[in-house]
Write a protein that binds this ligand. Structure first.
Ligand SMILES: NC(=O)c1ccc[n+]([C@@H]2O[C@H](COP(=O)([O-])OP(=O)(O)OC[C@H]3O[C@@H](n4cnc5c(N)ncnc54)[C@H](O)[C@@H]3O)[C@@H](O)[C@H]2O)c1
Length: 329
């Protein structure tokens, strides 16, 4: 029996594949390489290049590899792009997820772990944000994840598909083999490290006048290894007959943009120039998870909760891969 990892050539998916293989699971990857890197997945792992919405392909993979569960990372992730190109975004993230679910259900798969996001909440009314906080996303990216969460509830009721949706806050950090290499890169930590490496002249800090102690926005970060450990626990939970659930995946600690930059200066020993710019439309002031339920339901215990270890491991990976993954991979 195998685990199907969609988006396994992406940042988080590649770490997931490494960890699943590391614990002796049989893994198969489906990724269309629209955003990921073939070199992020070991050659020995079965790899299919294609769309998650390609029903004949997914059904063929399920039968060929006796897939028992799917971990669904494949998606487009840029909020700004989702605002500019909502139709193709919904097609990729929502319509293709619906097709994937149809293929899995038709071929007998009943376990599913989904990469959701704190963007499903929209502007928080209370922080830390609990899972039962009202959901009203502020952009098509958040809505596309919200719609997929709704589909999962309906698929449980209709087909008995059991799922865990993990609402990530911000993933950060790397393993020795896998790191973050998005094009364009919009995430803060990789951009700070590119500036540390001299690959960017400076880091843009969007907004210095927020109602926070240092005036910059606050986010909750989770080490990518801890994030993937939660998926392993979710898989075990579903195998043990656990009910479908929606869980925040954050540490419950907020760091401001300036704190991230200061930590990166200390960890890398490099001067990292930063410039305060105008606020970005749609950015929330503070996004911090209420992180109790995931600990209680899955027994999750982060091993790397501090920002230092996230930045240290991301820096180690970036120094070993100054140009990211090989071009065209
Ligand atoms: N990175 C974060 O901080 C973060 C935060 C919240 C949620 N998430 C979610 O986690 C998941 C993974 O994020 P990531 O940072 O690893 O992104 P990523 O862009 O690095 O990886 C996504 C992968 O999916 C593939 N893909 C996209 N559409 C596809 C399709 N239709 N069929 C097959 N493959 C497809 C891409 O080629 C890429 O390899 C996404 O679903 C994202 O929404 C990420």
């Amino acid at each position: 029996m195998s685990i199907l990892v969609t988006g396994g050539a992406g940042y988080i998916g590649s770490v997931m594949v490494e960890m699943l293989a590391g614990r002796g699971e049989s893994v198969v990857v489906l990724d269309n390489l629209s955003r990921g890197h073939r070199a992020a997945v070991e050659q020995a792992i079965p790899f299919y290049r294609g769309d998650v919405g390609d029903r004949p392909l997914v059904e063929r993979i399920v039968h060929a590899h006796q897939v028992e569960a799917c971990i669904h990372f494949a998606a487009w992730i840029e909020v700004g792009e989702s605002v500019l190109a909502p139709a193709s975004f919904y097609q990729t993230n929502a319509a293709q997820s619906a097709a994937l679910l149809a293929s899995l259900v038709a071929s007998g798969v009943r376990r599913f772990v989904f990469s959701s996001t704190c963007a499903v909440y929209g502007e928080p009314r209370t922080v830390p944000i609990p899972e039962d906080h009202p959901q009203w996303p502020r952009n098509p990216y958040g809505w596309s994840k919200f719609f997929t969460e709704r589909m999962l509830g309906d698929c449980d009721a209709a087909y008995g598909l059991k799922s865990v949706s993990l609402r990530y806050f911000n993933a950060a950090g790397a393993t020795a083999g896998c790191g973050e290499d998005h094009h364009p890169e919009t995430h803060l930590i990789p951009n700070v490290l590119l500036a540390a490496l001299g690959r960017r002249p400076q880091v843009a800090v969007f907004g210095g006048d927020y109602p926070t102690p240092d005036g910059t926005a606050i986010r909750d970060y989770v080490h990518v290894v801890d994030l993937c450990s939660a998926h392993l626990l979710a898989l075990d939970y579903l195998r043990a007959g656990g009910a479908s659930d929606f869980l925040n995946l954050g540490n419950g600690t907020g760091y401001s943009v300036l704190e991230v930059i200061e930590t990166a200066r200390r960890v890398t020993g490099r001067a990292i120039p930063a410039r305060i710019e105008a606020r970005r439309a749609g950015d929330a002031v503070r996004l911090v998870a209420s992180a109790e339920r995931v600990r209680r339901v899955l027994g999750w215990q982060p091993a790397w909760p501090g920002l230092d270890s996230m930045i240290r491991t991301a820096w180690d990976w970036r120094q070993a891969h100054p140009d990211g993954y090989p071009k065209g991979s």
